[in-house]
Design a protein around this ligand. Structure first.
Ligand code: DC
Length: 225
């Protein structure tokens, strides 16, 4: 059976990554978390005090950044920034609070999109993000757009952060989510929007297993078309 590209876009904390990861595992596909790439760039900008308004500094910084994914012993993909595993660091709130402004920079997006397209050359890929079905792979065979109620998303994020040892107020998380939604959907450069041919899945009342089953069912339909 020929391999396809599955683009999974949507708001943060809708279950995109968990769903995309499980779908990739089930189909024997690669999985790429593009949010992790933007978070890694953001971490670098924070560490090196790069000004988000200084194009020269940004261009220099981008030429110094190398991002790749490596599989650990448990088979999980971890993101590496210049050879260092930053998987845990990039999930922290201080990075989340800055990632939308960094990912709104055109030159940052161009550099990431170039790299993402190279990763999709061989197909057999599930990629999640905000612009995968609209910009990175507008010809993807299957496009999913995930949504969920903001409060439910904040609760999911709170539980996820707790398992990593970060205890945060629900209001603080909700405000971070709403703020990111606003920046992600209104930025000039590839704003988050549903591709015309994407299938919308509202995960507010769905379990992870249900989300995964639904995407696999859709992938089967596309592959057998
Ligand atoms: O999926 P995530 O929450 O880890 O993504 C982090 C941020 O990166 C999010 O606020 C928007 C941005 N992002 C983006 O602009 N384009 C993508 N393809 C993926 C993420």
């Amino acid at each position: 059976m020929s391999k396809i590209i599955i683009a999974v876009d949507g708001y943060s904390s809708c279950g995109k990554s968990s769903t995309a990861k499980a779908v990739a595992k089930s189909l024997g596909y690669s999985y790429i978390d593009t949010g992790a790439m933007y978070r890694a760039v953001t971490l670098y900008f924070i560490q090196k005090h790069i000004s988000v308004t200084n194009e020269k500094e940004i261009t220099n910084a981008l030429s110094e950044i190398s991002i790749d994914f490596r599989r650990n012993a448990e088979g999980q993909n971890h993101v590496y920034l210049n050879g260092l595993n930053v998987e845990d660091e990039i999930r922290k709130l201080y990075v989340a609070n800055r990632v939308s402004e960094v990912s709104a920079i055109a030159s940052v997006r161009h550099a990431m999109v170039d790299q993402q397209r190279k990763m999709g050359k061989k197909k057999g890929l599930v990629m999640d993000g905000r612009d995968i079905g609209t910009v990175v792979f507008p010809d993807a065979e299957l496009k999913i757009f995930m949504t969920a109620d903001p409060l439910v998303r904040a609760q999911r994020r709170q539980i996820e952060l707790m398992t990593k040892g970060e205890t945060l107020d629900l209001e603080e998380i909700l405000s971070n989510i709403e703020n990111r939604d606003k920046i992600d959907t209104t930025r000039a450069e590839s704003p988050l929007r549903k591709a015309l041919d994407a299938i919308e899945i509202d995960t507010t009342f769905m379990t992870l297993d249900e989300q995964v089953d639904q995407v696999i069912l859709l992938a089967d339909m596309v592959m057998n078309r």
